[in-house]
Design a protein around this ligand. Structure first.
Ligand SMILES: NC(=O)c1ccc[n+]([C@@H]2O[C@H](COP(=O)([O-])OP(=O)(O)OC[C@H]3O[C@@H](n4cnc5c(N)ncnc54)[C@H](O)[C@@H]3O)[C@@H](O)[C@H]2O)c1
Length: 263
């Protein structure tokens, strides 16, 4: 008999309709988890749900704008009603917002708030609403999405919009992860973060399309900054997420795992 790493587990993955989140959802589903796909992109949710039919337990799709705190508690309630429990939470939804602004003088307060709410507050709120069930079971896995941008980045970069609030939120996610890990370690719940570098989850992923829109010199300078000389794939992030989501990683908590080709 083949034992699947996430058999009998339920997982909620935010930002699961595209990119890295869709790759993580696919890996979890194939590992035997019942996956709750959360995203604001309803067409994308349907697409991912259909693509995973037959690969594992049926996925549940829930529309939610994670930058709107009011929608998060309702989303978790629906997820619990549909899946029974959430053993694994992946706070993946995030980004640098729709407004290109590298210099601090260009960054509106509304952009700052949006990027912090999207990346950081959503991570706090999903965790807050999922942890009570994990505490009762004395088991849980929380995986938060940071970025190599947590340490800042010099020079222009065309795949990032509002870089300052984005770097701030991804740095804060590392601190959030470390503190929550210490708070929850006695309850059998681990909390870790992933810090990807440049990831082209698939050829049509948003970041891959933006990279392809750069001129030759722009692409070369981005690749020159990556020791591995290539972007990572969605599967390469999903593999790390699968390990951190599985019982095998039970003594690892508070860590941030770089997935960056050596950056
Ligand atoms: N791709 C990279 O190079 C890279 C590098 C480092 C970190 N990350 C992080 O990984 C995560 C996923 O990135 P990606 O490249 O797959 O992005 P993506 O843009 O391809 O996918 C993000 C997904 O999140 C969803 N989303 C965005 N805003 C949302 C909102 N307000 N409510 C609900 N859903 C929302 C989108 O609809 C989409 O399905 C993000 O947190 C990102 O910051 C990505």
């Amino acid at each position: 008999m083949i034992v699947k790493a996430l058999e009998d587990k339920s997982a909620l993955v935010t930002g699961a309709a595209n990119g890295i989140g869709a790759a993580i959802a696919a890996a979890f589903c194939r590992a035997g988890a019942r996956v709750v796909l959360v995203d604001r992109d309803e067409d994308g949710l349907r697409r991912v749900q259909a693509s995973l039919a037959g690969d594992g337990p049926e996925c549940i799709a829930l529309a939610c704008d994670v930058s709107k705190p009011g929608e998060i508690e309702a989303c978790v309630k629906k997820a619990l009603a549909a899946a029974g429990e959430i053993d694994i939470l992946v706070n993946n939804a995030g980004g640098s917002g729709p407004t290109p602004a590298l210099d601090i003088e260009e960054i509106e307060e509304s952009t700052w708030d949006y990027v912090l709410d999207l990346n950081l507050k959503s991570t706090f709120l999903f965790s807050r609403f999922v942890v009570p069930g994990m505490r009762r079971k004395r088991y849980g896995r929380i995986i938060n999405m940071s970025s190599t941008l947590k340490d800042g980045l010099a020079g222009p970069l065309n795949t990032i919009n509002a870089r300052l609030p984005y770097a701030t939120s991804k740095g804060a996610i590392v601190s959030f992860t470390r503190q929550l890990a210490k708070d929850l370690a006695p309850c059998g719940i681990t909390v870790n973060a992933l810090a990807p570098g440049l990831i082209h989850a698939d050829a049509d992923a948003r970041i891959a399309r933006r990279y392809m829109s750069l001129d030759d010199a722009g692409r070369k300078s981005m690749m020159a900054a990556i020791p591995a000389g290539r972007p990572g794939s969605g599967e390469e992030v999903a593999g790390a997420a699968l390990f951190l989501a599985s019982p095998a990683s039970g003594y690892i908590t508070g860590d941030t795992l770089m997935i960056s080709g050596g950056i």
